[in-house]
Write a protein that binds this ligand. Structure first.
Ligand code: ADP
Length: 465
């Protein structure tokens, strides 16, 4: 009787139930094809009976894999919301308790509630906290975790294929999960959710903008293009911060500027959490600033979209985004002068390193761009663009190869001199760009060109080769 009363109370007050979850797929943006897979999971609830009759296997568990903030939790809620079922959630780090048995009993309680309130989605956040391969953790902590994991396995097996309770778990490390967890009938379905690309970011920004007073002409593309590497959680935050800025200034609409500013703040926050020394920031800033400052001197290369020193998009350093005609460039349709200008820009980091740190203290930060310059210089010579003509037909004659290299070297030398000269002439501009980069981590097109206007000494030199 005591037990029955307790159970009745439990039924009235489920601990792990999230009330008022009203998320729909339309609240999750930038999913692309992943959405289809999730729609199928919804059907496991809505069409459970049909599926069972036809012998379609209904999974017990689905694993959402991907970095933090890409929307895994949001998606799990959207599945519950679309299917119109209850949503139970727990973070696996809550399972990991010091006292043996606590984790296991929480898992039991969670599934008990989910079953009593079925159909339901059980969401387990950070599954790897409890699902790490067994035997990896020694001592009593490991023992406790094993008990919890075993309990989870038992619960998963209890619902397999019935379409009443479906477990969705999230992890950033599917590779370290205990093999028992990913066996057929358990988490046998993996869905990867990557960081959003450019268009994905535009869509996510727009979803969050729906509930805000946005100016009509907001340029979401501009915001998306300076937020490379950011996830949904960060993009959502940008909109919130922009709204606060608007209110603070007593305005009634959120503008593109509000968003760009908020994006920079978000980025700074993100980067402050990373550990680069000030000296490294400075070095990278000089590297990127040099390319941008040299490039504004050249008609084909001055269309700079933004300059950044934040490590992202898989790059160690920052980068300068040029809006140039890449097709023209790849097809070798650049004019002789543009190709030389390109080589000069690629040598700017090396020249800046010499000017700002001195020959004795050279780093290797410019290695990649110097390689670009080298190969472009060979293209230049082989393409017959230099004074001396080396047609491709001569390519295999060994003594000519030496000549070609010498000629390429001459081109590199000339361009290097030019890069140095342009940098020296624009020291004030360089210092301004470097300082702003260190402070803000990235400069928008407008910010960069404002500095050029204030401090630049730009007048394109006549072709020198
Ligand atoms: P994860 O579970 O992957 O760590 P969350 O689902 O907790 O990420 O995301 C946190 C918040 O970020 C969400 O509540 C939502 O506001 C926003 N968000 C993340 N991804 C998206 C997305 N694809 N579309 C819209 N909003 C998103």
């Amino acid at each position: 009787s005591g037990a029955r009363v307790r159970r009745a109370q439990n039924r009235r007050l489920p601990q792990y139930l999230e009330r008022g979850v009203d998320v729909k797929f339309s609240d999750v943006a930038g999913l692309g094809k992943i959405r289809l897979e999730l729609e199928e999971i919804v059907k496991f609830f809505t069409h459970a009976e049909t599926y069972r009759r036809r012998g379609v296997k209904i999974p017990g568990g689905i694993l959402l894999c991907g970095p933090p903030g890409v929307g895994k939790t949001l998606l799990a809620k959207a599945v519950a919301g679309e299917a119109g079922v209850n949503f139970f959630s727990i973070s696996a780090s809550q399972f990991v308790e010091i006292y043996v048995g606590v984790g296991a009993s929480r898992v039991r309680a969670l599934y008990q509630e989910a079953k009593e309130n079925a159909p339901s989605v059980v969401f387990i956040d950070e599954l790897d906290a409890v699902g790490r391969e067994r035997g990896l953790i020694k001592g009593s902590g490991g023992q406790e975790r094993d008990a919890t994991l075993n309990q989870l396995l038992v619960c998963l097996d209890g619902f397999e294929g019935r379409g009443e309770v479906i477990t969705i778990a999230s992890t950033n490390r599917p590779d370290i999960l205990d093999p028992a967890l990913v066996r057929p009938g358990r988490f046998d379905r993996k869905i990867y959710i990557p960081k959003p690309g450019l268009i994905g970011r535009v869509e996510i920004l727009k979803v969050h903008a729906r509930k805000k007073p946005m100016a009509e002409d907001v340029d979401y593309m501009a915001v998306a293009s300076i937020t490379d590497g950011m996830v949904g959680a960060e993009l959502a935050n940008i909109i919130e911060v922009a709204a606060i800025n608007m209110l603070r200034d007593g305005r009634t609409e959120i503008t593109t500027d509000d968003l760009l500013q908020a994006a920079q703040m978000e980025e700074r926050g993100m980067l402050d959490r990373k550990d680069r020394s000030l000296e490294t920031w400075r070095q990278v800033a000089i590297n990127e600033a040099a390319m941008a400052v040299v490039a504004v001197n050249f008609p084909d290369l001055r269309n700079i979209e933004f300059v950044t020193i934040s490590p992202r998009a898989g790059r160690e350093l920052g980068y300068v985004r040029f809006k140039m005609d890449h097709i023209k460039f790849k097809e070798g349709m650049l004019s002789q002068q543009s190709l030389l200008d390109h080589i000069t820009v690629q040598l700017a980091p090396r020249a800046a390193d010499e000017l700002w740190y001195g020959e004795e203290k050279l780093s290797t930060i410019w290695a990649e761009t110097a390689d670009n310059a080298r190969s472009a210089a060979r293209t230049f010579v082989l393409g017959g663009l230099s004074d001396k003509h080396y047609g491709l037909s001569n390519f295999w004659v060994t003594d000519k190869i030496n000549d070609i290299d010498l000629e390429a070297l001459r081109v590199l030398h000339e361009c290097y001199g030019r890069a140095k000269e342009l940098l020296q002439r624009n020291r004030t501009l360089m210092d301004a760009v470097v300082n702003q980069l260190i402070e803000k981590k990235s400069l928008t097109k407008q910010e960069f060109f404002q500095l050029v206007e204030l401090h630049g000494s730009i007048n394109p030199m006549p072709p020198s080769i």
